[in-house]
Design a protein around this ligand. Structure first.
Ligand code: SAM
Length: 540
């Protein structure tokens, strides 16, 4: 988590004749502009954000773009600035001029500078830069080194005290950022070990072809739904034996039939990136029992997935830092009770404290964290148990989601007997002073089907996932892959289809061929729960 004060500067002033539009305002397939995307992905902990343009006309265009942008991508304070009309004004148009402009305007001593077209840059690289700068306060600039030991100009972190030297260089028309870095007190951070696929810091995006290569060709079903969220079950194997999912535990002899190889995982991830998927959630079974789970995350990251999430019972993750370094951005931890006896009864595990420690670690490290809780009336469904969970969660910056126990092929009568309805929890929340939150994604379902409740004096949120009444099928944006490499078009659908895993292009083509049969909606309301025998095959 970034805890030091700094300014984020996004350079947008470069000219791009090949794209046919101002690069920062480019929208791939009608999505958000690159500048809005950069702010959404990178500004989370910045104290201020500077959008650096070249001239006044460009400044006006960016300002109006950002004022129109989604609230979620608006930082607390952002300013669109231009390198004309300030003390940098008469200097040449160049990236180094942009850096100098950012240093002139920054309210903070440290400025992280990134290009709007650096599509592979993520928050954790900025964190590396900032931590290094705090450890080496005497350095003017810190950046990553390439494989030959040469500085990669951006992203980089600059000290405002580098400004006089930059202005002197610019006044002599010396515009190379690399030279400016080399000739100042600098430090190069070694890049993480060779990534298997793309080097995320040097994804080059200047042409429409580059944009297509990076973002993929969007997948839209015949009902106009844009699919971009993949829920990916790596294995059916699990190290818990939850009453409602896998009560007798996982039969080990069966594991090889229901676990994907790293090669298959890579082919599938690459295929879905070709289809414009930007979010992936690894699930299972228990994804972390897959021996290549960490590597799968690293591959997803190097392929450019923006949001890389995992749903886990939390027992095997241990130190979260390597997972974050690999690219993990979001964590959902399943936790059905805070009472050790109830926890053991549900999961057959005595390791409640380990799960709780993992959750606290995730929160401390700034990972976006959600807790999944399934209630069963006769085990963890008492008002006392529910209130304990709400009290515990409300004190933490996380979201606790109560998921209604769903019927599956193996648990049907059990689910009907034991289910605690979301409406019961809703009244409890309202009585306790929680209020329903309304946000855009409640209407379009883009944030999933949870309805969230907040309390004015507490940081945590409580969400209700009610699959029966909360029907967001018309805006469904997800597809699922089972641990056998089959495509499931709807969690509650009656079919899943084996995919051609011979290549990423074959996967992409195969999914395009099948997308026309994505059901219009689920039919839970008429008692059709589809062909899922238990969630361990699909991960929910
Ligand atoms: N092993 C991982 C875990 O424990 O989170 C991932 C797989 S687990 C199947 C994914 C989620 O599905 C868990 O949060 C679990 O509680 C939920 N789940 C399993 N069976 C369910 C059911 N019948 N109804 C509702 N949620 C269920």
């Amino acid at each position: 988590m970034l805890t030091h004060e700094f300014t984020l500067a996004v350079l947008c002033g470069g000219e791009s004749t090949r794209l046919g539009t101002d690069k920062g305002l480019y929208r791939h397939a009608g999505d958000e502009s690159l500048v809005a995307r950069a702010i959404r992905l990178l500004s989370k902990s910045a104290n201020e954000v500077l959008i650096v343009c070249h001239d006044e006309a460009q400044r006006r265009r960016y300002k109006s773009e950002l004022l129109d942008a989604e609230g979620s991508c608006r930082p607390r304070a952002f300013k669109v600035i231009t390198d004309q009309g300030c003390e940098v004004g008469s200097l040449p148009r160049s990236a180094l001029t942009g850096v100098a402009t950012a240093l002139v305007h920054s309210r903070y001593e440290r400025v992280i500078v990134v290009g709007v077209d650096q599509l592979g840059v993520r928050l954790r690289q900025l964190e590396q830069l900032l931590n290094q700068a705090m450890a080496m306060p005497q350095k003017m600039v810190i950046c990553f080194g390439d494989q030959t030991g040469d500085p990669l100009p951006f992203p980089s972190i600059w000290s405002v005290s580098a400004l006089p030297a930059l202005l002197a260089r610019l006044s002599q028309n010396a515009c190379s950022v690399r030279s400016a870095i080399r000739e100042s007190a600098h430090h190069l951070i070694e890049q993480p070990s060779q990534r298997t696929y793309n080097d995320p810091l040097s994804v080059n995006s200047n042409t429409l072809q580059d944009m297509n290569n990076y973002f993929g060709q969007p997948l839209i079903d015949p009902r106009g739904r844009r699919l971009k969220y993949l829920r990916f079950s790596l294995t059916e194997a699990c190290n818990m034996a939850c009453t409602y999912c896998l009560p007798d535990g996982f039969p080990e002899w069966y594991r090889h039939k229901a676990t994907l190889t790293l090669e298959q995982i890579t082919t599938l991830l690459t295929g879905f990136r070709k289809l414009g998927f930007s979010k992936v959630r690894f699930t299972g079974g228990e994804p972390s029992v897959h021996r290549d789970c960490l590597q799968a995350i690293e591959i997803a990251d190097s392929l450019g997935f923006e949001c890389i999430a995992m749903t886990t019972n939390g027992l095997l993750l241990g130190d979260l830092r390597p997972w974050i370094k690999a690219g993990l951005t979001n964590l959902n931890v399943s936790l059905d009770s805070l009472d050790p006896i109830e926890f053991q009864k549900i999961t057959k595990s005595s390791q409640l404290t380990k799960v709780l420690a993992l959750i606290d670690q995730a929160v401390a490290l700034g990972v976006s964290t959600k807790i999944n809780t399934v209630l069963m009336r006769s085990i963890n469904g008492s008002t006392k148990s529910i209130n304990n969970l709400i009290d515990w969660a409300a004190e933490r910056p996380l979201t606790l989601r109560f998921i209604e126990l769903m019927d599956t092929g193996l648990n049907q009568s059990f689910a009907t007997q034991e289910r605690v309805l979301g409406t019961e929890i809703e009244s409890l929340l309202i009585n306790r002073g929680f209020t329903r939150q309304f946000k855009k994604s409640d209407i379009d379902g883009s944030d999933g089907p949870a309805v969230n409740y907040s309390h004015q004096s507490r940081p945590g949120l409580v969400g209700l996932i009610n699959p029966l009444s909360g029907n967001f099928c018309s805006s469904c944006n997800r597809l699922r892959i089972t641990a056998r490499g089959h495509l499931k078009l709807c969690l509650f659908g009656n079919h899943d289809s084996p995919l051609d895993l011979s290549s990423a292009s074959a996967v992409a083509l195969n999914v395009r061929q099948l997308i026309g049969t994505k059901p219009e909606r689920h039919y839970l309301d008429v008692g059709n729960f589809g062909n899922v025998a238990t969630f361990r095959t699909i991960g929910g």
